[in-house]
Design a protein around this ligand. Structure first.
Ligand code: ADP
Length: 444
């Protein structure tokens, strides 16, 4: 059964049951009100008769025997008396004596007390009169009719409201189902209409945001696949061409060719390693095991590698480590990857003879590592994108730099896996400065 029908049926059932309940309660309370009205009108008479019967009872040795013969002219037909079991003791029409008061009237009698004890029950004779019974009946019928009419009217009204309400609720849900089906087919072009500012509106809005994110993710994946194949194609083409030529001409590879092929293979291996790191980082599968590192001692272990590279390109490599440098709280293997990525980029994008500086300091909360160069720099419009996967500035594409465009994305992910931040300042033709901040170790 669909939601619209279910809402309508539930509301109708509620109306039906509450209508029936109102009818019962209204009949009951009208009947009581009617009784009260009758008893109030006969109050004085009942009190007078009460006294007459009570004094008879006392005079007659606390017995009712012979009470049916009691004769009081002016009150002759006003009252009926029964004992506690409802058997009629006194009636203006003597043929009823000894009979039982009908059940529905019995509970409407008035107890007659003597010294705190109930000695009998009084009924205004009017209660038994056909006119009064008829009157009550018609009074109750009118009330019941009014309640029934009210219930029918409310049911119609509620049915209309229920239909309206169910349309309001189910239409957006139908839209949502349609949009989900479109999405499953890869179509993201139609956002869900937002009709209201309530929970349903919120649902539509968050669905649209989710759709946008998903679309972005899919686009990114497509872009990444295209980028990866592009990056792989270049070294593979060089390899294929060189090998094809050697086979066609039946000539062994020269040492020079072998060096070129080796370089390309190394490049491919680097790219595959970077891709693997990237996917592990994204899936949160790259373990980060932080320890306290004495940076000076640690840095000496691979400093000579950087120095050799600088020397071969007549570049100046300056290291400045702050005095009283606190320990760096990081994963040693990953920290090395961060430093090498940044320093290698500095070398790669700085012309021979330039200057590369590595600086380690600290502030109140962080270990601060800076890598700056006097290289080609970057345009302001490139800066927001350089940490994205495969992003390379046009200028670096022109150059034979050999980079894949993954280095900074990996560096940023590694820094963030350490709860740190990486920022960059750069100016074209002047150089760049990358600043990494890693939180200092805190005693818990
Ligand atoms: P790549 O492997 O191409 O170097 P990265 O992710 O390491 O990829 O860097 C992304 C891009 O950022 C580079 O292609 C280059 O355009 C720019 N870049 C990175 N470091 C520097 C730098 N020190 N100086 C100038 N440009 C840089």
């Amino acid at each position: 059964m669909n939601l619209r029908r279910r809402i309508s049926i539930i509301l109708l059932a509620v109306v039906f049951f509450s209508g029936t309940l109102i009818a019962i309660l209204a009949t009951e309370s009208s009947s009581n009100a009617f009784d009260e009205y009758i008893s109030e009108s006969y109050q004085v008479m009942l009190e007078e008769w009460g006294q007459i019967f009570a004094s008879y009872y006392v005079r007659n040795d606390y017995q009712w025997q012979g009470v049916e013969r009691l004769f009081v002219v002016e009150l002759q037909s006003g009252v009926i008396l029964s004992d506690l079991s409802g058997q009629i003791l006194y009636h203006y029409d003597r043929s009823y004596i000894g009979e039982h008061i009908p059940m529905h009237l019995y509970r409407r009698g008035y107890p007659l007390y003597l010294d705190g004890k109930t000695i009998g029950i009084l009924y205004p004779a009017a209660l038994f009169s056909e006119t009064i019974i008829g009157l009550e009946k018609s009074f109750l019928q009118t009330t019941l009719l009014a309640v029934i009419k009210g219930t029918i009217f409310t049911s119609c009204f509620i049915t209309i409201i229920a239909l309206g309400l169910s349309v309001t609720i189910t239409s957006p849900l139908k839209d949502l189902t349609r949009a989900t089906k479109r999405m499953a087919k890869g179509k993201f072009d139609e956002p869900l209409p937002v009709y209201s500012n309530d929970e349903i509106g919120d649902l539509a809005r968050s669905f649209n945001t989710m759709a946008q994110e998903l679309e972005k993710g899919i686009e990114l994946r497509k872009q990444m696949t295209a980028d990866i194949s592009h990056e792989l194609r270049t070294p593979l083409t060089v390899l294929a061409n060189k090998l094809e030529l050697s086979l066609e001409q039946n000539k062994p590879l020269t040492t020079e060719d072998t060096v070129i092929l080796y370089d390309e293979v190394i490049r491919l291996r680097g790219l595959v390693n970077e891709l693997q790191d990237m996917s592990k980082l994204e899936a949160g599968h790259l373990p980060i095991e932080k320890t306290l590192i004495d940076f000076k001692q640690y840095f000496e272990e691979f400093f000579f590698l950087l120095e050799a590279e600088a020397e071969s390109r007549q570049m100046t490599l300056k290291i400045s480590l702050e005095e009283n440098l606190p320990s760096c709280y990081a994963d040693p293997k990953r920290l090395k990857q961060i430093v090498l990525n940044l320093v290698n980029n500095a070398f790669r994008y700085t012309p021979d003879g330039g200057l590369v500086q590595i600086k380690a300091t600290h502030d109140a909360d962080n270990f601060v590592l800076e890598v700056s160069d006097t290289g080609i720099g970057m345009a302001a419009e490139d800066l927001p994108y350089i940490f994205e996967r495969f992003y390379r500035t046009d200028r670096s594409r022109d150059r034979e730099t050999g980079g894949s465009g993954l280095g900074l994305a990996i560096t940023k992910a590694l820094v963030e896996a350490h709860d740190g931040v990486i920022t960059v300042e750069s100016e074209l033709e002047k150089g760049s400065r990358f600043i990494v901040k890693l939180p200092l170790w805190q005693e818990k």
